[in-house]
Design a protein around this ligand. Structure first.
Ligand code: GRF
Length: 221
């Protein structure tokens, strides 16, 4: 059987793309990173993809009249590369049902909060303003409602006295780079699926509480 083909969609730095590329290269993800797609030619993720010799494309959202025309152009790129699994990694465009339908169940996002807390932007500042003692990140399936799809895995980090949003972001990102490759591997290999709106792992409905307590060492399993 041929290996599943992944596309990473990103708008910024691309550190999650790098974590996923590394995991594809060293076998922690049993799939090929077949395309890096950015919506802005200035996105650093494109330089990083070039340095790694990864297939890459820029679909400038500004060049299109409306979201759906932009999404048709992205879908054409994904189809041309026979992409099986689409991984959003800091992709700063809201997707419409047109795109989501096409990859429903094969479309993942990472969000920098312990969803359902703090969907949307400025998550770490909102956690600090609320006096939270912990922050984190969630990998979830994408559904049309923003940041509301079924969760696959979460990572928690403590918030320390005197932390600023940047401190929390750095701590959370280290965890993102650990949990996103795990979730991508599970989805690429069919261990995790979205079934009738429920995320299941090995057939069991996922409870993110249980997943988030896994130690780094035994996660791949
Ligand atoms: C990550 O923190 C992720 O949670 C959010 O966007 C950020 C992307 O960072 N969705 P990078 O471009 O992967 O470094």
């Amino acid at each position: 059987m041929s290996r599943p083909r992944i596309a990473v969609l990103a708008s910024g730095r691309g550190s999650n793309m790098e974590a996923i590329a590394d995991a594809c290269a060293d076998g922690r993800i049993a799939a090929d990173l077949a395309l890096v797609l950015a919506n802005d030619a200035r996105a650093r993720v494109l330089q990083s993809a070039e340095q790694r010799g990864l297939p890459r494309v820029c679909v400038e959202h500004r060049a299109f009249e409306g979201r759906e025309a932009f999404e048709h152009a992205m879908l054409a790129e994904l189809r041309a590369k026979n992409i099986d699994l689409v991984v959003l990694a800091g992709f700063m465009r809201i997707l419409t049902p047109l795109f989501i339908r096409e990859y429903y169940g094969s479309l993942l996002n990472i969000h920098p909060s312990l969803l359902p807390k703090y969907p949307g932007l400025h998550t770490h500042q909102r956690a600090l303003d609320a006096g939270d003692r912990e922050a984190g990140a969630t990998v979830h399936f994408v559904i049309p409602e923003l940041d509301a799809g079924p969760a696959i895995i979460q990572a928690r980090v403590p918030i320390s006295e005197g932390d600023r949003a940047d401190d929390v972001a750095a701590r959370v990102q280290r965890e993102e780079h650990r949990i996103y490759p795990l979730a991508v591997h599970w989805c690429a290999t069919g261990r995790v699926v979205l079934e009738n709106g429920v995320a299941r792992k090995d057939g069991e409905a996922i409870s993110v509480e249980a997943e988030s307590t896994q130690s780094i060492g035994n996660g791949q399993g």
